[in-house]
Design a protein around this ligand. Structure first.
Ligand SMILES: NC(=O)c1ccc[n+]([C@@H]2O[C@H](COP(=O)([O-])OP(=O)(O)OC[C@H]3O[C@@H](n4cnc5c(N)ncnc54)[C@H](OP(=O)(O)O)[C@@H]3O)[C@@H](O)[C@H]2O)c1
Length: 336
């Protein structure tokens, strides 16, 4: 079998594809033949040494993947060969709130990730694939979809009649759009591209705005909606001030990403005067992946995939992700 590992120096070109032996599932583990993986902005940061933690060479990158169970270890009765499964982003965070005592670890750093022909994972760190999804579609769920679900559904209790603001058209944002619509909420979506805005309207976005043409979008959104209930904040300091301007009194801001940079100034008065609830989101537990799989199975929701690359074109796929041209997810198919 092969696996791809981080090199001594950062960079996609430094990744190494190595031949190794197929692992045997330990007690309580399940051996999975990985069929597809999806790329996240975090994976790009990890590989390029720009993540807030640096991981050593030899680690297998990429948190998200789906595949087929080929063998189960001793003591596993929940899975059997042939089952189609998805790996949870966090291993060890099964359900409930994240607590210090749980100390979960994430796939693709520090734990070995999914860019490997086979992986052996704990039986309780896997979720059954919705039957209507291909492996490529299922591989989109562990990080981006769980993050959007955790922010809006588990923590935010989004409901019909709410207004949700999503920024950009990347993986997290489009899942947030789909989950908000699933719960009867209305959505404001921001993008830098007119073409992407048009496609977002087809996906159900109620109000679309070009954040480059309308830099003071917070006031415009406030005017047109009467105030946003849930912000899915992926821009960071560049967008946070506008998000508070868009918020209704007592609205919620989910701090998720920092695409516009990690440092900046935000006055505490913005939080205080908006009576807002600001919370950090760090993906979510295995139970959230399970819950969203149940929901999307029920309504036959399909994740938005922009492009599928062969694993042999890994570099091209990461260049495409870094270009920001994509809308939704970028996926790698592992059977080559
Ligand atoms: N905390 C967590 O649990 C968690 C989980 C997943 C991701 N994240 C973070 O969330 C962010 C998004 O991740 P992703 O995987 O969805 O990324 P992605 O798929 O790469 O999304 C990129 C898109 O974001 C939009 N964008 C870029 N810069 C922007 C800016 N300054 N303001 C507003 N929008 C901007 C662009 O959309 P347009 O082309 O439409 O303009 C771009 O295409 C990243 O910072 C990632 O690290 C955090």
């Amino acid at each position: 079998m092969w696996k791809v590992t981080l090199g001594e120096k950062p960079g996609v070109s430094q990744l190494k594809r190595e031949k190794t032996t197929v692992p045997r599932p330990a007690v309580g583990e399940v051996l999975v033949k990985v069929k597809a993986v999806s790329l996240n902005y975090r994976d790009w940061e990890v590989i390029n040494g720009q993540y807030h933690e640096v991981f050593s060479s030899g680690m297998v990158p990429l948190s998200d993947g789906a595949g087929e169970v080929v063998e189960v270890g001793e003591g596993v009765d929940r899975w059997q060969p042939g089952d189609r499964v998805i790996g949870s982003f966090w291993q060890g965070w099964l359900a409930g709130d994240l607590k210090n005592a749980i100390a979960p670890r994430s796939m693709g750093g520090p734990l070995d990730g999914m860019l490997s022909e086979f992986v052996s994972l704990p039986a309780n760190g896997l979720v059954l694939c919705p039957s209507h999804l291909s492996y490529e579609q299922a591989a989109c769920l562990p990080c981006a979809a769980v993050t959007a679900w955790q922010a809006l559904v588990v923590e935010g209790h989004v409901k019909a009649g709410d207004w949700v603001l999503v920024q950009g058209t990347g993986g997290v944002s489009l899942f947030a759009l789909q989950f908000a619509k699933l719960h009867g909420a209305s959505v404001v979506l921001l993008s830098s591209s007119e073409d992407k805005l048009a496609r977002a309207r087809e996906l159900g976005a109620d109000i679309t705005l070009n954040y480059l043409e309308c830099p003071d979008w917070g006031a415009e959104v406030q005017l047109r909606t009467g105030g946003i209930d849930h912000v899915v904040e992926v821009g960071g300091p560049n967008t946070l001030v506008q998000s508070f301007k868009a918020l209704r009194l007592g609205g919620q801001v989910n701090i998720i990403g920092y695409l516009g940079g990690k440092c900046g100034e935000v006055s505490p008065l913005l939080i205080l005067q908006s009576h807002s609830r600001v919370r950090g989101i760090a993906v979510g537990p295995c139970s959230s992946l399970e819950a969203l799989c149940g929901a999307i199975q029920a309504v036959q929701l399909i994740p938005v995939i922009d492009r599928i690359f062969s694993v042999d074109n890994l570099g091209e796929a990461f260049d495409y992700l870094a270009s920001g041209s994509h809308m939704g997810k970028v996926v790698l198919r592992l059977d080559s």
